[in-house]
Design a binder for this molecule. Structure first.
Ligand code: ADP
Ligand code: MG
Length: 795
């Protein structure tokens, strides 16, 4: 027990020591805590002081800002003052302008210009003032922004201060807590002392006491452990609070720096703004001053100008008044002048009218005269036309001087042709001459012209290359109206007769074109008329007439008088075929050719020795009136006109030549007689003229197309042909011609012989023609008569 007591005492001692150590530690800890809290308190104090300082700084800054506001107000008032001054100047200017306008209505434009310039300057000044004002407003805005920012910073500072106070409060609370704990801990060791004392006094109860003390010891130990833990926690709390303090301090530092920077920036900006403001105000002011000065100067100039303008105005007013007077007098003057002018004009018109009337009267008289002359001319010329057609030089003409061109034309007169014969130029005048370049069309048109107006061929000639068929058209169409028409192709063999009448397959001649024209004309009149076109083809060879469309082409046909006593001629047995199209015509032409070819060995030779006739009959019936018309178109390709047999032609060749000669002479006689309006026309002298009697007499129309070769070697034949043409065409008047009209036409051979004595060759008496009074026979010149006798003897 002693041992245990000792042990317990030892233990107690140890515990007491330990307690003492703990107590010491506690006090140390307490001291530390107190010092730390003191430190913190001092820190809080310094922070508070700083805060106060900053608040003071802020209030100072605010007061400074208030100062700039005052400056701004000052500027605004200055501005206002300037504006009012400007307004006053404007008013003055306007007043001046008004006065000017009242005083000087006729002022020249320099003043106006000055005024406008001044106005412009004024408006410029106003604009600048406006700009300055805008700048001021901008500065105001900036100041406002800065103030806002400052308020923000203050707010943030306040927040941080509140945070700091809170933290302080928390820390002091903790300090209190820990002090309380320490106090409680201080009270506990007295209990332990008491227990130990009891142990000392009551050793009897030692064991129990020991136990108790042991348990108590345990409890104490636990308590100590708890205390230790509490201490540890406290330490940790202290550490964390230290950390927080450090953080807070850093934050404060940061805020301070930021505040410093903001303050500096603000100061700088304020400075800059102030400078700018001052500069702007100075500039505006100086500019306004300068401009005001200029305005004043201008005003002075305007005033002096006004002074000089007044006299000018006076003279202008004077001028104006005099002009006004003149204008007042003007209408009277004008009226007078107008009246006199009117009188003059009406007189002139009267004069012109009388002259016109006189002229009209004269013109009418001239017209009548012209008509009379024209009628006379038509009567003289009759219904017969003679055209010449010169073919181009062809390959058949050969080469060298023999094939040279001997025919020339007159550029201005298309009726004239010149022939160079044996070095001498002979000129001929016909109704129209077609040069080699004339196309097939044109010849047709020439006959058209003949049909339309017999007296003015030349006028109808169109510019450009002549076209043959154009000249024939109207002649052909007059058949439809019931006229008889004859178209002859005359000339030596190879001169182009067949080419003109028949043409080639690709370039048809008058025959085909005439029929085509008839078809189209008949078609055009089909509404009122019924027409029938029929065709006969015949040949006269050696004075024998043969049907080329008949079954017996060799059969000789006779020409007989109609038994009805009408005096009309007809050919019994002559085939007449109805045609309705170009195809029909072509078939007929072909058939005629075949018939002609079968009866001879050499078609070319044969055709040049015979006359080929194409007789087109057009019968019309007017459906409404029942009127009937019959027109005949005779297209004749005559036999070659060249002289044969002079150098000993014999037999059939000579017979042919005689027949041809006879019939061509007879044709010439008939045409000449018709054209010179002789009483007797010798139709019966040949089969050809007898057959065509109907179509040559009365109001029939005849065209003789004289074909000519231009080659040098043909000139003597060409000369004969052209003489024939001229002879046919010529009209002789007076008593001499009256005699001559009875003369027979000289034969082709005679033409050459009597070259020197043309015009006085009388002929034998011709047998009387149907319906004509037999004329008194004339005298033949003895020379011609002897030639004729010779010829007849040889025939
Ligand atoms: P004719 O019938 O008078 O004997 P042709 O008509 O047979 O003469 O013509 C003889 C040649 O001349 C033919 O080859 C023909 O083609 C040609 N000829 C005639 N006239 C012309 C002309 N105007 N243009 C072109 N060639 C022509
Ligand atoms: Mg021929």
């Amino acid at each position: 027990v002693m041992a245990s007591v000792a042990h317990l005492q030892e233990e107690k001692l140890r515990l007491q020591e330990e307690l003492l150590g703990l107590q010491e530690k506690l006090t140390a800890q307490e001291n530390k805590e107190i010092s730390r809290s003191l430190q913190l308190q001092s820190q809080v104090e310094t922070l508070k002081a700083k805060l106060l300082e900053q608040a003071q700084e802020i209030s100072r800054l605010r007061s400074e800002l208030g100062g700039t506001d005052v400056e701004k107000d000052l500027l605004a008032t200055e501005n206002e003052r300037l504006r009012q001054e400007m307004k006053a100047r404007e008013g003055e200017l306007q007043e001046l302008r008004r006065q000017q306008q009242q005083q000087v209505p006729f002022q020249d434009c320099t003043h106006l210009q000055e005024n406008t310039e001044l106005q412009e300057q004024l408006s410029q000044l106003q604009q600048e003032a406006e700009e300055t004002r805008a700048k001021l407003a901008e500065l105001d805005l900036e100041v406002q922004q800065k103030t806002n920012r400052l308020a923000e910073v203050e707010l943030r500072l306040k927040d941080s201060l509140a945070e700091r106070a809170e933290e302080e409060e928390r820390l002091s609370r903790r300090l209190r807590d820990s002090q309380e704990t320490i106090a409680s801990l201080k009270s506990q060791p007295q209990q332990i002392k008491y227990i130990i004392k009891t142990v000392e006094v009551e050793s009897a109860k030692a064991k129990q006491a020991l136990c108790e003390s042991q348990s108590r010891n345990q409890y104490l130990q636990e308590q100590v452990g708890m205390q230790r833990q509490v201490l540890k926690e406290m330490e940790q709390q202290l550490q964390s609070s230290q950390k927080t303090v450090a953080q807070l301090r850093a934050q404060i530092m940061m805020y301070e720096a930021e505040l410093e920077r903001a303050h500096g920036q603000m100061l700088e900006e304020m400075q800059a703004m102030e400078e700018e403001k001052n500069r702007a105000i100075e500039e505006a002011f100086s500019r306004a001053q300068v401009e005001m000065k200029a305005v004043h100067e201008n005003l002075a100039g305007v005033r002096t100008n006004l002074l000089t303008l007044q006299p000018a105005l006076r003279t202008l007013t004077h001028d104006y008044n005099s002009l006004k007077r003149q204008v007042r007098n003007f209408p009277l003057l004008l009226q007078e002048t107008l009246q006199s002018a009117r009188a003059e004009i009406s007189q002139a018109i009267e004069e012109v009218n009388t002259t016109n009337r006189e002229l009209l009267r004269k013109y009418r008289r001239e017209l009548q005269l012209r008509k009379k002359c024209h009628n006379e001319l038509v009567r003289l010329k009759g219904n017969i036309r003679v055209f010449g057609r010169v073919r181009p030089i062809t390959k058949e003409d050969g080469e060298g001087p023999e094939a040279a061109n001997a025919v020339t034309f007159d550029d201005d007169d298309d009726a004239v042709l010149h022939l160079l014969h044996k070095g001498k130029q002979v000129s001929f005048e016909l109704d129209k001459v077609f040069p080699p370049k004339a196309s097939q069309e044109e010849v047709g048109a020439a006959v058209h012209a003949v049909g339309m107006s017999w007296e003015c061929n030349h006028l109808l000639t169109l510019p450009g290359p002549p076209q043959v068929f154009q000249e024939v058209q109207a002649l052909v169409t007059s058949c439809i109206d019931g006229y008889n028409v004859c178209i002859f192709a005359y000339g030596q063999t190879g001169a182009g007769k067949t080419y003109t009448m028949e043409g080639t397959a690709t370039n048809p001649g008058i025959n085909q074109r005439a029929l085509q024209l008839l078809f189209s004309e008949v078609r055009g009149k089909a509404a009122d008329w019924d027409y029938a076109i029929s065709v006969s083809a015949a040949e006269i060879y050696n004075e024998a007439l043969r049907d080329l469309l008949g079954k017996e082409p060799q059969e000789k046909l006779e020409i007989k008088l109609c038994p009805d006593g009408s005096g009309q001629l007809y050919v019994p047995g002559l085939t007449e075929l109805r045609v309705q199209s170009v195809e029909d015509i072509n078939k007929i032409f072909e058939f005629g050719h075949v018939n002609r070819a079968t009866e001879c060995t050499n078609l070319n030779e044969h055709s040049s020795r015979s006359h080929a006739l194409l007789i087109v009959t057009v019968r019309g019936l007017d459906r409404s009136t029942g009127l009937r018309t019959t027109g005949k178109l005779n297209l004749v390709d005559l036999a070659g006109s060249e002289r044969v047999g002079r150098s000993g032609a014999e037999g059939s060749r000579l017979r042919e030549a005689q027949h041809i000669n006879k019939s061509l002479s007879a044709l010439g006689d008939v045409i000449y007689a018709l054209r010179s309006r002789q009483g007797h026309v010798p139709f019966r002298n040949s089969k050809l003229t007898y057959l065509l009697q109907d179509s040559l007499s009365g109001d029939s129309k005849t065209l003789m197309m004289v074909q000519v070769s231009p080659a040098e070697k043909n000139t003597s034949e060409t000369l004969c042909s052209l003489k024939f043409a001229e002879r046919v065409r010529s009209v002789e008047l007076g008593p001499v011609s009256r005699k001559a009209e009875l003369a027979s036409w000289p034969s082709h051979e005679q033409l050459e012989v009597t070259e020197a004595s043309l015009g006085d060759s009388p002929g034998t008496a011709a047998p009387p023609a149907r319906g004509h009074v037999s004329p008194v026979p004339g005298q033949l010149s003895s020379r011609v008569a002897s030639i004729r006798r010779k010829l007849q003897a040889s025939g």
